[in-house]
Structures are given as structure tokens and as C-alpha cells.
Design a protein around this ligand. Structure first.
Ligand code: GLU
Length: 286
């Protein structure tokens, strides 16, 4: 049983980590996505919140759409909804503004390495999961850090405002010096500059940075995942029908092989086989 809605929202996000961008839009263009409401099943256009700086998952390379596994999952969804890609607005979201963007209608859905959890599900709904990641550490190749238990008060670890990995460091490793930014690419720049000892977030995100050409040979992912991060598609709490439809579309994509193709075209390009994933059971839609 989940406690729905009520007192959460911006205040609860600010509780974990405080930033100005945590609540509300980040560019002052108002809070509406221009749609009339009524849910994604009644829309001809859709605004999708995605990442712009996560290689392999959601990366803006200057083209019409960002690239990566999350983008391919979003494409599967819009195809299933019958919305042509020219009617899609790809909107950058960072970790801390995902719930606010869904709540105030800035975006219709979020496909952005978005961990399903009770706290978030008290203010929005989730279709999925469509992937399960695990929190890990990215360190310089010559670092002594072999896992989270090696972290001490001497270490500065970088993560992102409003993310589950940042929260877990605060609760489970309170002695560690946590440095917070809005995006993981900022953390990786700090790591490259030697200003932090490690970056922490989901293993699949860290692997993308480690394999980026500009950082070739510099970092390694420690490979000791210390959480489960089931990725869901965020949708407004009112849009239960839309959420259920996305679950059907995901189930069809798993069955048809479209899910595997999305993987192979992105994160699986280096040969890692697609994960085997169950069709969503719908428990996070209502
Ligand atoms: N999956 C985690 C989360 O949703 C970390 C990645 C991210 O910040 O997007 O918080």
C-alpha cells in the first residue's frame, strides 16, 4: 500500500537536497507544456523529459533528438501512442526537477534514468520498470577505492541534487564529504580535474562516462553495485490510463523484440546482451 500524494512535492525534494532548480521550471517559460490536459491518450503532441548529458542513455549531440537507450524507449512509447516524432518536444530534465515538471505540466512523461520509489510515487505515477540499474562508483584508474565501504571522511564524492544515489550517501555513508551538482557531467568534470575522489550514481550511467572518448583510460567503474534502481517512466498522477497504456506498450515491445533492438542500438552496441525484463505488472500506475 502506498500513501498517495498529500504533503509531498517540492518541499520533500528540498528536504533531501536544496537547489533553486529543484522546484519549478528552469527557464521561465511558464509551467505549461501547451497541451489541454486530459492525459497523453488524448494528445496529438507530447513533451518528453529526458537527459541531455548522459552518454548511451540520453545525450544531446546537436541533432533533432538526443540519443540513447532512454530516447529509444521514449520512441517505442510514442509509436505505440500513435504520436509522430515531429510532434515530440524533447525537454531536458535534471534529477531534481522531474517530479515538479510532471506535476506542473512542463513535461507529459519523463524517460530519464528515473528510479521508481515510494517517495516519488506519492506525487507521480510510474510505468515500468523497463531496466534495473545499481548504484556504483566511478574513480580514477589508479584509485584505491574498491567499493563503498572504502569511503571515509577523507573522501569527496560527487553526485547530483535530487537523486537517489546522493540520498543514499547521506543516509548510509554520512561521514563521506558529498559534493552536489545538478548534472552528472559536472561531477565527471570535477573527477577529471582531480577535485573529487569519486562520482556516484547508477552503474549504467557511469559506464557511459568511462567510455567517452575524451576520458579514455582515465576512469574505472568500481563494479560493486550497492542498490537496486528500477527505471520507470514518470507520468502525472492523474493520468492513470496513460500510465497503463505505456505499460501495455512496454509489454508489447518486450514481446516483439523492439525492446531488445532499442538496447542493441544504444547501450548494447559494444556487445552486452539486452537484459531480460518482465512485462510491467502495473503496480506503480495507481
Ligand atoms: N536513478 C537514480 C535517480 O533516479 C540516479 C540517476 C538520476 O539521477 O537520474 O535518482
Amino acid at each position: 500500500m502506498r500513501v498517495r500524494k498529500a504533503l509531498m512535492g517540492c518541499a520533500s525534494i528540498a528536504l533531501a537536497v536544496t537547489t533553486l532548480t529543484a522546484c519549478g521550471g528552469d527557464d521561465g517559460d511558464g509551467s505549461s507544456n501547451g497541451n489541454e490536459g486530459g492525459g497523453i491518450l488524448n494528445q496529438e503532441r507530447i513533451t518528453i523529459g529526458v537527459r541531455f548529458d548522459q552518454p548511451g542513455l540520453g545525450l544531446d549531440t546537436g541533432g533533432d533528438a538526443p540519443e540513447g537507450f532512454d530516447i529509444e524507449i521514449a520512441r517505442i512509447i510514442i509509436e505505440g501512442l500513435g504520436i509522430p516524432e515531429e510532434n515530440v518536444t524533447w525537454r531536458e530534465t535534471v534529477s531534481a526537477n522531474r517530479e515538479p515538471f510532471l506535476q506542473n505540466g512542463t513535461v507529459d512523461i519523463v524517460v530519464a534514468t528515473y528510479t521508481i520509489n515510494e517517495e516519488r510515487a506519492s506525487v507521480i505515477d510510474f510505468a515500468g520498470p523497463y531496466y534495473v540499474a545499481g548504484q556504483d562508483l566511478l574513480v580514477p584508474v589508479d584509485s584505491d577505492i574498491q567499493g563503498p565501504d572504502d569511503l571515509t571522511s577523507e573522501h569527496i564524492v560527487c553526485s547530483v541534487n535530487g537523486s537517489t544515489p546522493a540520498e543514499r550517501i547521506q543516509t548510509d555513508y554520512p561521514d563521506v564529504q558529498l559534493q552536489l551538482f545538478d548534472t552528472y557531467s559536472q561531477c565527471v568534470e570535477q573527477l577529471a580535474a582531480g577535485a573529487v575522489h569519486a562520482v556516484t550514481t547508477d552503474d549504467i550511467i557511469l559506464a557511459g562516462y568511462a567510455s567517452q572518448e575524451q576520458y579514455a583510460g582515465q576512469f574505472r567503474v568500481v563494479g560493486q553495485p550497492f542498490s537496486e534502481e528500477p527505471y520507470g517512466i514518470g507520468i502525472a498522477e492523474e493520468d492513470t490510463e496513460g500510465c497503463r497504456r505505456i505499460n501495455e506498450i512496454l509489454a508489447e515491445a518486450i514481446e516483439s523484440g523492439a525492446y531488445e533492438e532499442a538496447w542493441n542500438a544504444t547501450l548494447g552496441a559494444s556487445g552486452t546482451p539486452a537484459p531480460s525484463i518482465e512485462p510491467p505488472d502495473g503496480s506503480w500506475c495507481d
